[in-house]
Design a protein around this ligand. Structure first.
Ligand SMILES: Cc1cc2nc3c(=O)[nH]c(=O)nc-3n(C[C@H](O)[C@H](O)[C@H](O)COP(=O)(O)OP(=O)(O)OC[C@H]3O[C@@H](n4cnc5c(N)ncnc54)[C@H](O)[C@@H]3O)c2cc1C
Length: 472
């Protein structure tokens, strides 16, 4: 289909879809709105079983069928494990345009908000009307051997700054967040080198802050070329910080252990500069790591010593298989916890530490419980009530990926919690590597998504019954 034709069709469709989105509210999909005095009551335990199919009343027939189809496909390990190869093969056979046309209404529409700002606005308006907040994510994937010259990083910076603008300048953007990958702005190779240097020497946060302020710093251990690239990278990060402070909370992603210490170093420097009065820059902690609890405690100590507010994105972690393989290959100790149960304990332990701090200083500490795990969500909700933490105060938020676990997200939103959906956007071509990596990272979640499939089926059956009854 030509792009002109596609854009004509979009113009034709958008008003209808926006109208549909405006008409949607939590009340219309069958949930009673929560009143302000009820926000302090414990959440009814039956709601925390997340078995309420009403969450899916907001979906059109097509969205229900598409979600069922996509989740069914994702339940086959062979398809998820080889989705990268399968997609490359299909793209080669069908050609770029036909492949995009085939993918767009299915997998792409399930997990991606759209390509143009108006397409994204349609998805965001719908989310907003259902009480969900946006966390936009520019789908940039960089790893070792994938990085190139400064121009590429400057282009990535322009995309990130556009993401900051879009996140805060629209009617749908209330208390927005966005995700940031440091390796989109500083080369993965340099992050690896810095990580190995950090084992031997200490880098003062003030030094990094001065470099962000364009002072010509020479960092020990780096060659002249590396130093120049680091200064340019810090300057790019500084531009993101300046554009987002007081407008958008920027959540820095955690990546692989061979570069995470460097990512944390620059993130902490950004926090020191931009988080004086409130947490605008947040760091991510991966609880599948044996050292995750120590890392969270170190961050808390550092935030006290250096007087900045701390924002924490708590995740289980996305790169387990690669981390394990690499450790085995290099004959190192496996950095990953010995079992899923250990990871769960670690997640819940760090969650408890953060919630205790937040109950005492909600202005200085923030957390996003970024998980699809219902047990962790239940624990967070229960502890928040016990500790008297406001559901809608913004110090504790919940996060899930777009297109996944809507039954959890919508139930929490209906109960007055702050819930964010991580929302990638871009063309089919741009989002493809992102989708492939996310599918592989979330393999266990996707393959165990039986409950969501059951709820989708219940909602479909309910609609069919309703149609039959009406037609009688
Ligand atoms: C908003 C958002 C932002 C995110 N940002 C990041 C990020 O910056 N960096 C990142 O790495 N991930 C990130 N993630 C991805 C997140 O780590 C995955 O969604 C997560 O791995 C799935 O965990 P879960 O808690 O949702 O589900 P669960 O199904 O409860 O947990 C599955 C996870 O448990 C861990 N696990 C499974 N088996 C074992 C085992 N045998 N031993 C030890 N651990 C095990 C793995 O981490 C696995 O992915 C983000 C997720 C969301 C929703």
């Amino acid at each position: 289909m030509s792009s002109v034709l596609r854009s004509c069709m979009l113009h034709h469709l958008q008003p209808l879809r926006i109208m549909g989105a405006r008409m949607l509210t939590l009340e219309r999909v069958g949930f009673a709105p929560i009143r302000s005095h009820e926000l302090k009551d414990p959440v009814p335990p039956d709601l925390l079983t997340f078995k309420d199919p009403r969450a899916f009343q907001s979906k059109s027939w097509w969205e229900l069928i598409r979600a069922l189809g996509v989740f069914r496909l994702c339940s086959y390990p062979v398809l998820v494990n080889n989705c990268g190869k399968l997609m490359s093969f299909s793209r080669a056979v069908l050609g770029k345009r036909v492949f995009a046309m085939v993918l767009r209404p299915f997998v792409y529409a399930q997990f991606v908000a759209g390509e143009t700002e108006s397409e994204i606005a349609v998805s965001m308006e719908k989310m907003n009307s259902l009480g969900l907040h946006p966390m936009l994510a520019v789908p940039i994937e960089e790893d070792l051997g994938e990085s190139s010259g400064e121009k590429r990083y400057d282009d990535n910076l322009a995309a990130m700054l556009e993401c900051v603008r879009m996140s805060h300048s629209n009617a749908w953007s209330k208390d927005p967040m966005m995700q940031l990958k440091i390796t989109a702005l500083v080369s993965a190779e340099l992050c690896v080198k810095l990580t190995s240097l950090l084992k031997k020497q200490h880098y003062d946060l003030d030094l990094l802050v001065r470099a962000m302020d364009r002072e010509d710093i020479t960092f020990p251990g780096l060659s002249e070329t590396e130093n120049t690239h680091f200064l340019l990278g810090l300057n790019r990060l500084n531009q993101i910080g300046e554009a987002s402070v007081n407008k958008v909370r920027v959540l820095v992603d955690a990546e692989y252990t061979y570069m995470n210490p460097a990512l944390s170093l620059v993130t902490m420097a950004m926090m020191k500069k931009f988080n004086r009065d409130s947490a605008w820059i947040w760091n991510t902690y991966q609880c599948y790591l044996k050292e995750s609890r120590d890392l969270v405690l170190d961050a808390i100590r550092l935030s006290v010593d250096q007087s900045f507010c701390l924002g924490v994105k708590l995740v289980r972690g996305a790169y387990m298989d690669k981390e394990k393989k690499l450790a085995k290959k290099e004959g190192r100790e496996d950095p990953i916890n010995q079992s899923w149960e250990h990871t769960n304990n670690s997640y819940n332990g760090s969650l408890e530490v953060m919630l205790n701090l937040i109950s005492q200083q909600p202005d200085r500490y923030k957390i996003i419980v970024a998980t699809h795990n219902e047990e962790s969500v239940r624990k967070a909700v229960t502890w928040m009530t016990e500790l008297g933490i406001a559901r809608d105060g913004g110090s504790v938020c919940f996060g899930q990926l777009l297109g996944m676990c809507d039954h959890v997200s919508l139930t929490l939103a209906q109960q007055g919690f702050s819930v964010y959906k991580s929302v990638p956007y871009g063309s089919v071509d741009d989002t493809l590597p992102y989708l492939v990596r996310r599918a592989q990272e979330n393999r266990t979640v996707l393959q165990g998504i039986r409950k969501e499939r059951d709820l989708l089926k219940q909602e479909l059956r309910r609609r069919v019954r309703e149609k039959i009854t009406r037609s009688k």
